[in-house]
Design a protein around this ligand. Structure first.
Ligand SMILES: Nc1ncnc2c1ncn2[C@@H]1O[C@H](COP(=O)(O)OP(=O)(O)OP(=O)(O)O)[C@@H](O)[C@H]1O
Ligand SMILES: [Mg+2]
Length: 475
């Protein structure tokens, strides 16, 4: 992508000569004649560099620079100073401008300064991308009480060798939890081997998991190590475990019991030291009932159960997660970090997120690509509102007509839930917003089965009681 440069100067001659030279240098150049026009333009697309005259009619260069920064425009800025405005240029540097050039402009000098500024800009963007990339690997973003609880469980379970079974809907972050468990364990230096049981064809899964010896079956021309052996000294992550056939389950059970794997077609078992973390979005007890899952394997895998809650039950996290993904994708696509305006954020918080964090991530990636300016607004998110009518909530799944009474209840329930989410679960503040007595709101929450968002565990409630947050159920 060509670096984008915006020239701001009221002299037509300066605009055209600079635009010509910088265009020849291979930049995508635009030019405007005032500070106001600059702000307008910068709201419309992302520039890598803004070349800003200090003396301008209307808002001058310094005012414009300040306004740009206030609006979160993070382009590099090079000032153009005329005679007598060097002092102002120095002040501009203090305000974060990269450098200045003096009028009359030496085009060579200007080209050089522009190159340096753009190199600086590229380094900053790359740096952000690297940081974002490191972040993306393991960090579990979210400050909601449920997330805090989840983090605590992960921290407690990680250093043990205990098998962990992670349960949660699609896209809630099960794999992230599994990776964090590994990263925080004493096996962190060992391998983390990920096996998606749903993605491997039944006839290959045993060879995939346990390996095979040469000649074990047609096409087995070499010995092959299985995933269990590769995970020796580390962690194996058995994802979508419910999709494993009963036959394979029996073999996995043997590995867990004996800590030995037998490659397909081999005679000798290979001892392995592997910690098993499994995940599923299905209810294993139900799978057991239906005869599709072995209960003895379930009990062996389920030593430490961890549940990852759906995003609609922790709407407080939507804002942090959005910021996180906005920064991740700004790094990836190499431009400034966009900002979500408050109304846009409200839409994101109200949406039901059937695809959970993965869906939110995809939505943010989509707006980072599609929205040219630095601010994401409600209009940019209109595709979400049409996906789920605002008042439909979970009733959106059924198209059958419902009684007015039920519809009203659903609306009231969703409305209260979103007011609570906006107030971070603070019942008193939500009651204020809704114009209800706190006790009345509490009654309604109970009637609708809306839990206070702080978990009701005695320790945590005691901790949060003084913090102005909802305490445990008074009854
Ligand atoms: N708390 C979180 N903070 C930051 N990123 C998250 C969080 N939870 C999930 N993600 C991101 O959302 C995406 C989906 O997460 P992940 O793959 O862990 O979910 P999953 O439960 O395994 O999903 P699936 O059931 O679809 O396999 C990933 O890109 C992950 O990095
Ligand atoms: Mg997954």
């Amino acid at each position: 992508m060509k670096p984008a440069v915006l020239i701001v100067d009221d002299e037509a001659g300066v605009r055209s000569s600079l635009a010509g030279v910088l265009g020849d240098e291979g930049y995508a150049v635009e030019a405007v004649d005032s500070g106001e026009a600059c702000l307008n333009r910068a709201a419309g697309r992302v520039f890598d560099l803004i070349i800003l005259d200090i003396w301008l009619p209307g808002a001058d260069g310094l005012e414009t620079l300040t306004a740009l920064r206030e609006r979160g425009v993070d382009a590099e800025v090079v000032m153009i100073s005329g005679h007598g405005s060097i002092e102002a240029a120095v002040r501009a540097i203090k305000l974060g401008a990269f450098d200045f050039v003096e009028k009359p402009l030496s085009l060579d000098k200007t080209v050089l300064v522009v190159r340096n500024a753009l190199r600086q800009r590229r380094l900053e963007v790359e740096n952000r991308a690297l940081r974002a990339d490191a972040d993306r690997r393991q960090v579990m973003v979210g400050e909601s009480p449920v997330m805090a609880e989840l983090r605590e469980q992960v921290a407690l379970a990680a250093p043990t060798n205990g098998r962990v079974l992670i349960h949660g809907e699609n896209g809630t972050g099960k794999e992230l939890v599994a990776r964090s468990l590994h990263a925080m364990s004493r096996r962190a230096a060992g391998p983390f081997i990920d096996v998606n049981c749903a993605a491997i064809p039944e006839e290959l899964i045993e060879s995939e998991l346990f390996g095979h010896v040469r000649g074990a079956f047609t096409g087995a021309v070499h010995d092959r190590r299985g995933k269990f052996e590769m995970a020796d000294g580390g962690t194996i992550f058995l994802d979508e475990i419910a999709d494993m056939s009963l036959k394979t389950q029996a073999k996995v059970l043997r590995v867990l019991q004996e800590q030995v794997v037998e490659p397909v077609g081999g005679r000798e078992g290979i001892p392995v030291d592997v910690r098993v973390v499994a995940a599923t979005n299905k209810s294993l007890p139900e799978e057991i009932q239906a005869g599709r899952f072995r209960d003895d394997l379930f009990y062996r895998l389920n030593v430490v159960p961890i549940v990852v809650p759906p995003l609609r039950d922790r709407r407080e996290d939507v804002s942090r997660l959005s910021e996180h993904f906005l920064s991740v994708y700004a790094g990836e696509y190499g431009h400034g970090v966009k900002r979500m305006d408050p109304d846009g954020l409200a839409v994101l918080r109200q949406y039901d997120w059937p695809g959970n964090v993965r869906e939110l991530r995809n939505v943010i990636e989509r707006v980072v690509i599609m929205v040219p300016g630095p601010v994401v607004t409600v209009q940019d998110l209109s595709f979400l509102e049409t996906a789920v009518p605002a008042s439909a909530g979970r009733s959106g799944h059924t198209s059958a007509p419902v009684r007015l009474h039920d519809a009203r209840d659903r609306f009231e329930r969703d409305y209260i839930a979103s007011a609570l989410a906006i107030e971070h679960g603070n019942i008193s503040r939500a009651a204020d917003t809704l114009g209800l007595e706190r006790s009345n709101l509490y009654r309604k929450m109970r009637a609708f089965g809306i839990r206070p968002s702080r978990p009701g565990g005695p320790r945590r409630s005691a901790l949060s009681a003084g913090a102005g947050s909802p305490g445990p159920d008074p009854s």
